[in-house]
Design a protein around this ligand. Structure first.
Ligand code: CP
Length: 328
């Protein structure tokens, strides 16, 4: 190691032979940090991680490193895939998934909690219900902090794995028509994925009930970037034109008025009958969990990519952990 040098937003020891990969020592807070070159790099490393896992199961790339997984909201995939990613690379994990059993329940602030955990760890992964919480925590943290979802704001690592899935399944991203269906207002996964795809020549079809339309701020970003898009509440009228059907859950927990939720829950259900109208070469995605938006009968359709998408999440998170820790 050389002496400590400033690298991006954090001050970290830099290896003597280190060529900056654009990630080392940095926080991952928003998809706005990614351009085509960085996306290519992270997908390439994810492919290498896949090959390594298929051949050997694990490696010692991050041996001696510790990840602190701090989740103030429920999670199955993001939490466990970050843990699996770290373990497959030889590192160890501290998990706080039930903040009510931690000192958060005694009133400890987010900055103090993050500063405590980073005293034990090399990288912190944070999920929090408030928009901007990851950026706030990163301001106090000396170690890299990865946003695992901040309320209705962003979910950048989900967008990375979604992007990786589209590229892997369809071989390209330019020229695709991507339809996003369901809760576009509160769905942080569709907010992040839309922004990430602005790096590519994609067109968008936003399908939602009126009260769950894509936020104006994101529509403005789509317009400013010169992408074509349409908004509709009718999935039947667009299913035959799309290359990616990205379905989301209507999130009961985000509604202030439960009557609004009751009015739109179950508004879209993807069934084998609907899929008969879709292209042969297209994919159905979902960040999961699903609560009825995709019928279980669709799971056997080869176009149903959502469990392959889940697996891709581990390889992308392996690539990201290796990158921020200076090993990719
Ligand atoms: N897709 C996703 O974020 O799933 P979890 O909420 O289970 O982490």
């Amino acid at each position: 190691m050389t002496d400590t040098q400033t690298n991006g937003s954090k001050t970290r020891p830099v290896p003597a032979d280190f060529a900056d990969n654009g990630f080392f020592g940095r926080d991952v807070l928003s998809v706005k940090q990614f351009d085509r070159k960085k996306l290519d790099h992270i997908c390439q490393v994810a492919d290498e991680m896949r090959s390594m896992v298929e051949r050997f199961g694990s490696a010692d790339l991050l041996q001696g490193k510790v990840l602190a997984n701090l989740f103030y909201e429920p999670s199955t995939r993001t939490s466990s895939s970050f843990a699996a990613a770290m373990m497959r690379l030889g590192g160890k994990v501290i998990s706080i998934n039930e903040v009510r059993y931690s000192s958060v329940s005694k009133g400890e602030s987010l900055p103090d909690t993050v500063r405590t955990l980073e005293s034990y760890a090399d990288v912190v992964v944070l999920r929090h219900p408030e928009v901007g919480a990851a950026a706030k925590a990163a301001h106090y943290a000396r170690k890299p902090l990865i946003n695992a979802g901040d309320g209705v704001g962003e979910h950048p690592t989900q967008a990375l794995l979604d992007f990786y899935t589209i590229r892997r399944e369809l071989g390209q991203v330019d020229g695709l028509n991507v339809a996003m269906v369901g809760d576009l207002k509160y769905g942080r996964t569709v907010h992040s994925l839309t922004r990430l795809l602005l790096n590519y020549d994609t067109s968008f079809t936003f399908v939602s009930p009126d009260i769950l339309r894509m936020p104006a701020e994101i529509i403005e970003e789509v317009k400013a970037a010169g992408h074509s898009f349409r908004e509709t509440d009718d999935v039947h009228s667009v299913i035959g034109e799309v290359d990616v059907l990205y379905v989301t859950r209507v999130q009961k927990e985000r509604f202030e008025d439960l009557a609004d939720y009751e009015a739109v829950k179950g508004c879209y259900v993807i069934t084998p009958e609907l899929m008969q109208k879709a292209k042969q070469k297209m994919i159905i995605m979902h960040p999961l969990p699903r609560v009825g938006e995709i019928s279980y009968a669709v799971d056997d359709d080869p176009r149903a990519a959502y469990f392959r998408q889940v697996e891709n999440g581990m390889y992308i998170r392996m690539a990201l952990l290796a990158a921020v820790l200076g090993k990719a």
